[in-house]
Write a protein that binds this ligand. Structure first.
Ligand SMILES: Cc1cc2nc3c(=O)[nH]c(=O)nc-3n(C[C@H](O)[C@H](O)[C@H](O)COP(=O)(O)OP(=O)(O)OC[C@H]3O[C@@H](n4cnc5c(N)ncnc54)[C@H](O)[C@@H]3O)c2cc1C
Length: 510
């Protein structure tokens, strides 16, 4: 067992954790470590290797603003290319030297005596410990696969594959396949499998709204222009961003304005499916935008294939050889593909982070609802910042934009802690509550509340705690500077223990 102390421990090496590391290096902070259980950088884009895995936000916007890539091969990037991009950015900034891969953090607990986070982690099968003045949780909201709780699933004799833990060695050719789920991952997987499997049953609980995907390869001359024409990439990025913000306005303030989007989705169904009954079965019964709007040109034609059936009767149980639906039909299969998403509001990682009162994030959020201040700081969990925590998710544009907004906040937080010699920084409950009251107020007329759907944007109380409502530039503005007035802080004395816990910001003139 080894143990050591760092100024900042970052858990996670996806877009968030890597971005944090780069910003700290640029700020001249050297005493930090990135811990990730995977084998390289990428998070989502390292783990989701299912066939067809791709981004729904155009490449020029789904990338760091400080690392534009003129070489994107397509208007929308696929998983291998994003994974390569993230690792190239990490190389360019020398982040590997700060990173421990194959390292799973199993416990992180705030120590009120030392004002440090005590971390336990496993690496190469061995237990280690570490202490850190500041903890950055960049563990990703879509990181922990959610296996459906269906009777008999453990007795299934064939193969079960989750979309986020794809078995690349499994040969689907000619197999009888069941796909459970019709969300963002399923609509990418199903068209790929449809071409090779013997037969496929797609189990749909709720049909999604799907618009056409205007994806195309870039011409060599375009890549040349992205590289050599000053400002071109930034202008394209700005155009995509602005268009997406208009969609955000509709979703948040005027769901009826999304009718043209619904018309586009309906036309997509009409174009892709011949059978009127099937068209009816895939038409959602909720307002467009209430769940994430998906993008595909080949989902509907795949459902229309002779070797593919859409099953809308609910799943009753799984047997050793197949699936039984509520109407009593038995369908035997060789493999079940589970595309049922992630533990978002109930991630197991929340059990492992324990705050000042000895309670875990899971316990606090279970009681009070999932909440943080600016999606980052949680009252009672001093010196800990989450990246894309509660109320930062988006249904319409790039999460990398939200991540970069929070990176500004992180850097200014670290600057503030250093400049003022702070030992303990805890967001006040009143600031956190006021922020979340505002978020819920902004949501009240939104499509996510009024649209008539259940979604993974909701926590167990039915509140939308995952999403940022409205324009993302408002969030960018709110996270530009670390607003110390919202925090209870204490300064460090020479022996590095607390001198005072003031309940008021230190160093702020009254
Ligand atoms: C299939 C899929 C498609 C998506 N498509 C889009 C899209 O089109 N547009 C969009 O904006 N967003 C999309 N997203 C969301 C995407 O997750 C974010 O855009 C972004 O990649 C999140 O980055 P992150 O670094 O915050 O989290 P992640 O990429 O999830 O990284 C988290 C990292 O934390 C590590 N980790 C977690 N727990 C521990 C632990 N206890 N110990 C050590 N390491 C740990 C994980 O190994 C992982 O590497 C998609 C997500 C998925 C799953």
């Amino acid at each position: 067992m080894t143990t050591h102390d760092v100024e900042i421990a970052i858990i996670g090496a996806g877009f968030s954790g890597l971005g944090a590391a780069i910003k700290l290096i640029q700020e001249g902070v050297d005493d930090f470590v990135v811990l990730d259980r995977g084998r390289d950088f990428g998070g989502t884009w390292r783990d989701n290797v299912y066939p067809g895995a791709a981004c729904d936000v155009p490449s020029h916007l789904y990338s760091y603003s400080f690392a534009l890539n003129p070489q994107w091969s397509r208007s929308y990037s696929h998983q291998p290319e994003i994974h390569r991009y993230i690792n190239a950015v990490a190389d360019e900034h020398g982040v590997a030297g700060h990173t421990l891969f194959g390292t799973e953090v199993t416990h992180a607990e705030w120590d009120e005596d030392t004002h440090r986070w005590n971390l336990r982690y496993t690496r190469d099968g061995e237990q280690h410990t570490m202490t850190a003045r500041n903890l950055v949780g960049a563990v990703g909201p879509l990181c922990e696969p959610n296996l459906p709780d269906i009777d008999g699933i453990d007795e299934f004799g064939g193969t079960i594959v989750h979309s986020a833990r794809w078995d690349t060695d499994y040969d689907f050719a000619g197999k009888r396949v069941a796909v459970i789920g019709t969300g963002a991952s399923a609509i990418q997987i199903v068209p790929q499998l449809g071409r090779v499997v013997g037969h496929m049953d797609v189990y749909q609980r709720t049909a999604p709204w799907i618009i056409p995907r205007n994806e195309r390869p870039y011409l060599g001359v375009e890549n040349w222009a992205f590289k050599h024409v000053p400002g071109l990439q930034a202008a394209i990025r700005g155009g995509i961003y602005t268009f997406n913000e208009a969609v955000a306005a509709g979703m948040t303030y005027a769901p009826k304005a999304l009718k043209p989007v619904e018309a586009l989705c309906r036309a997509n169904i009409f174009r892709g499916i011949r059978d009127p009954e099937l068209r009816k079965a895939v038409t959602p019964a909720f307002a467009v935008g209430c769940k994430r709007i998906l993008k595909s040109n080949d989902w509907y034609p795949t459902l229309d294939r002779d070797n593919v059936d859409l099953v809308t009767s609910g799943i009753d149980r799984i047997t050793p050889t197949g699936i039984v639906t509520a109407d009593g039909t038995v369908r035997d299969v060789d493999v079940i593909v589970v595309a049922t998403g992630f533990h978002v509001t109930d991630s197991p990682v929340f059990d492992t982070i324990v705050g000042a009162a000895g309670e875990s994030l899971a316990q606090v959020w279970d009681r009070e609802g999932m909440a943080a201040y600016k999606g980052a700081f949680v009252h009672g969990f001093p010196n800990m910042m989450l990246l894309i925590g509660p109320s930062t998710g988006l249904g319409h544009t790039s999460m990398v934009y939200m991540i970069e907004s929070q990176l500004n906040y992180l850097v200014d937080y670290i600057r503030t802690v250093r400049d003022r010699g702070l030992a303990r920084v805890d967001v006040s409950k009143s600031a956190q509550d006021a922020f979340n009251t505002d978020v819920q107020h902004s949501l009240r007329r939104s499509v996510w509340v009024t649209g008539g759907c259940a979604s993974w944007y909701q926590d167990h109380n039915g509140n939308i705690t995952v999403l940022w409502p409205g324009f993302t530039f408002v969030f960018r503005n709110q996270t530009r500077r670390f607003d110390i007035a919202a925090y209870d802080v204490a300064v460090a004395d020479e022996s590095d223990t607390t001198e005072s816990v003031t309940g008021k910001p230190v160093g702020i003139d009254a």
